[in-house]
Unconditional design. Structure first.
Lengths: 210, 530
């Protein structure tokens, strides 16, 4: 049964890297992220069916302009991260560094916009458990509860993505990520795209529902 | 040099910072057995409470904390991760002819997340306003109102969920990428198949409970209202989301145990497994169907009649693949030359107890019966037959089977055999009494009971003491073996899967040369099969 074949190198050999395995693992992880948000989407659809009017009205209180600006910002940041991967594959390290820095900056701009948006709403007394919301019909409270949960969880993911990409940037600068070994950057890029895709769903569900 | 003597680092750090799948398996084993004993102690304390009618030994509040913590530890820290992290980590790479899992560092991180989650849950017991008292299900709206330290406890469970996801992800990738040359899917040992099915449930179901628990925390801290009826939220949605994970989790618990039993039975029947492909497919079928039956926890919650009917039907369907396995095990025994060594004895006990658990489960799948026995001791008895009689018995059998391989020491087989007597007798006194009590109407989670249930409770409590003493004897045997056991042979049971072809205990890199596989597994008599 086991006639020996000296095929695989010993485990200590650092050169032994399984890129396909790494990518498979990353995709599985992205699945779990989608399902994490999936729970919120289930709640959203159940409550939207129950409170259609309140969801319609709740959406009107949100700042569509900031929402759309942020969409443009995130989409652009996805473009720059894809460009940085292309650049590193061609061996253009300088452009990769520029593009990655661009993505990180855009991610930060997204969060700043989010901060402005949230503080505006909080100033208007629209936050969970606020005295104003408590007087309103139950559907409104649910809408804003979901709004803060969904965008808040997404914001945490943006933050995680920024941290991840910063590490990647450091690795590119220190030449740990090169044209022959860019698997990590590609996986980090996948994560960033996922963060982007989730936002693409949040925008119509929350902002454009009005 | 075995993996025990040789590591990347020396001393205790060599264990705490190891990325070797075998050492990580041992880390899990040690931490889980410790947690298991904590939870057993809490279970015994609950039985002590039920010994007396009036006045109660412990306050009702303490009793609530007992069953909550007993449930949380047993479910999230022992039964869900138990077999796949201990035996899966140790054996999966060896069984498929690999040197390690795909992501060894992630594997170590999983253990640290597990420990972090455990410590957070333990911290929740002693900080804030007392131990959580919601039961392990954290049902809203009570979990939103309870004055106890629910948020922290829930957060600990959330962190452990991460550990579970990462382990599942690691195993799927390992099985896809690292099988030895010639190790096709249908040449994989069935334990690996069961781990594969389990890993998919871990990856696909755990995030749902993750978000649900996060929302409970958000609800308690910010009052977002999604599960709070005073704000328009619906507690029933909490139940849906919770069981969307937690019912599949039942199969995370039982599948690897079934896999271990599937390894043990052919070895001691000295006969190839009956219906290899059906067992493999049934693992996947259980994983799939098990994801669609969560509603049967909610038959009395006021769901629509249609939902009840659909979930009832699906519940009956999921019994089919489980039954296929039981039939295949018994068919494997048919005309085998059976040798009843301790692992086999425990495996047979598994089949017996699991069958009772499974059949009482079917009773509850029927709507008319369910509305009568819902939230009674019948349920408690049923799931202890499945969880303890199934998973934990499978864990015991697996430990007896692989302990010599893992530790390099032999244990006393006579004591292992004898320990089964108190375990079996105590188990049935305890949990069969619960089935009867539940049928008579004894509700679960009550700190006391009416006089007509007193005899049943006394029998159950005596059974609990007998059972606990058997468990102590069982584990004591291994502790003695570690210090005084004789050196184990490479293949003490005559197994034919790859782990029996490497030295005992396995060397650091498992194989000096990666084997090439040319045949299906479980061939015990090469001449006859040609």
């Amino acid at each position: 049964m086991n006639s020996p074949v000296p095929a695989q190198p010993p485990i200590h050999a650092e050169s032994h890297k399984d890129y396909e395995g790494g990518k498979l693992g990353m995709w599985l992880f992205l699945f779990t992220e989608i399902l994490l948000f999936g729970g919120l989407f289930i709640l959203y659809s159940a409550y939207r069916a129950r409170y259609p009017l309140e969801f319609h009205e709740g959406g009107q209180h949100l700042n569509v302009i900031i929402g759309i600006t942020n969409t443009v910002v995130l989409l652009t940041s996805s473009l720059t991260v894809a460009l940085s991967i292309g650049a590193i594959r061609r061996g253009n390290r300088r452009m990769a560094i520029q593009c990655l820095s661009g993505t990180i900056t855009l991610g930060a701009i997204f969060l700043v916009n989010k901060y402005i948006e949230w503080s505006g709403e909080i100033r208007h007394g629209l936050y969970p458990n606020s005295p104003i919301l408590r007087k309103r019909p139950p559907g409104d409270q649910i809408f804003f509860g979901l709004y803060y949960s969904m965008t808040g969880l997404h914001g945490l993911h943006v933050l995680a993505g920024i941290s991840l990409l910063s590490v990647m940037l450091a690795l590119v600068i220190r030449k740990k990520i090169t044209r022959d070994d860019f698997n990590k950057l590609e996986n980090a890029g996948l994560y960033w795209h996922l963060v982007d895709v989730i936002w693409i769903f949040l925008l119509p569900l929350l902002y454009l529902a009005a | 040099m075995s993996y025990i003597d040789e590591g990347a680092r020396k001393g205790i750090l060599g264990w705490l910072l190891t990325t070797d799948h075998k050492r990580i398996g041992i880390l899990y084993l040690v931490s889980m057995v410790a947690l298991f004993f904590v939870a057993v102690t809490l279970g015994v304390l609950m039985r002590i409470e039920q010994l007396t009618l009036n006045p109660p030994m412990f306050s009702p509040k303490t009793y609530n904390a007992f069953f909550t913590v007993h449930g949380v530890i047993m479910i999230f820290m022992f039964v869900i991760p138990g077999l796949s992290t201990v035996f899966g980590n140790f054996l999966l790479p060896i069984m498929i002819g690999a040197r390690d899992v795909s992501f060894p560092r992630l594997n170590l991180l999983s253990w640290y997340l597990f420990i972090a989650g455990t410590l957070i849950v333990i911290a929740s017991l002693f900080t804030g306003k007392g131990a959580p008292d919601t039961g392990w299900t954290f049902y809203a709206p009570y979990s939103l109102q309870s004055g106890t330290n629910v948020a922290l406890g829930v957060f600990g469970v959330f962190v452990m969920g991460f550990s579970s996801i990462l382990t599942g992800l690691n195993f799927i990738t390992t099985i896809h990428r690292l099988r030895a040359p010639g190790m096709t899917w249908y040449r994989m040992p069935l334990f690996a198949w069961s781990l594969y099915g389990t890993a998919w449930i871990q990856v696909l179901a755990t995030p749902i409970v993750g978000i649900t628990l996060l929302l409970v925390i958000a609800e308690r801290i910010f009052g977002i209202g999604v599960f709070d009826p005073t704000k328009g939220g619906d507690p029933l949605l909490y139940q849906h989301l919770f069981w969307m994970y937690s019912h599949p989790a039942v199969y995370i618990m039982i599948l690897p145990a079934m896999g271990a039993i599937t390894e043990i039975i052919p070895t001691f029947a000295h006969k190839t497994i009956f219906g290899y492909r059906y067992i493999a497919y049934s693992s996947l079928a259980i994983a799939f169907l098990g994801s669609l039956v969560w509603g049967h926890h909610m038959f009395t919650s006021g769901m629509s009649e249609i939902s009840n009917l659909v979930f009832s039907l699906l519940t009956f369907l999921v019994a089919v693949p489980s039954a296929i396995k039981v039939f295949n095990w018994t068919a494997t025994l048919y005309k085998g030359s059976i040798e009843v060594k301790p692992p086999m004895l425990y495996a047979l006990t598994f089949i017996f107890l699991f069958s009772i658990g499974g059949l009482t489960g079917l009773m509850q799948g029927a709507l008319a019966v369910n509305s009568q026995v819902h939230d009674t001791y019948f349920i408690v008895g049923h799931f202890h037959y499945v969880m303890f009689g199934g998973t934990v018995m499978g864990f015991f059998a697996a430990l007896l089977y692989w302990f010599p391989k893992m530790s390099g020491k032999t244990y006393n087989e006579k004591i292992a055999d004898w320990a089964l007597a108190p375990i079996f007798v105590g188990f049935n006194m305890l949990y069969f009494s619960m089935l009867v009590l539940g049928y008579m109407g004894m509700p679960r989670r009550y700190y006391t009971h009416l006089p007509q249930y007193h005899t049943g409770h006394i029998i159950a409590s005596i059974g609990a003491f007998i059972l606990a003493s058997g468990v102590v004897l069982f584990f004591g045997n291994f502790v003695v073996a570690l210090f005084k056991g004789k050196k184990a042979e490479q293949n003490p049971w005559g197994g034919v899967t790859l782990e029996w072809r490497v030295p005992t205990p396995p060397p650091l890199e498992n194989f000096s040369e990666i084997p090439t596989i040319t045949e299906r597994p479980y061939i015990f008599n090469p001449e006859a099969s040609q």
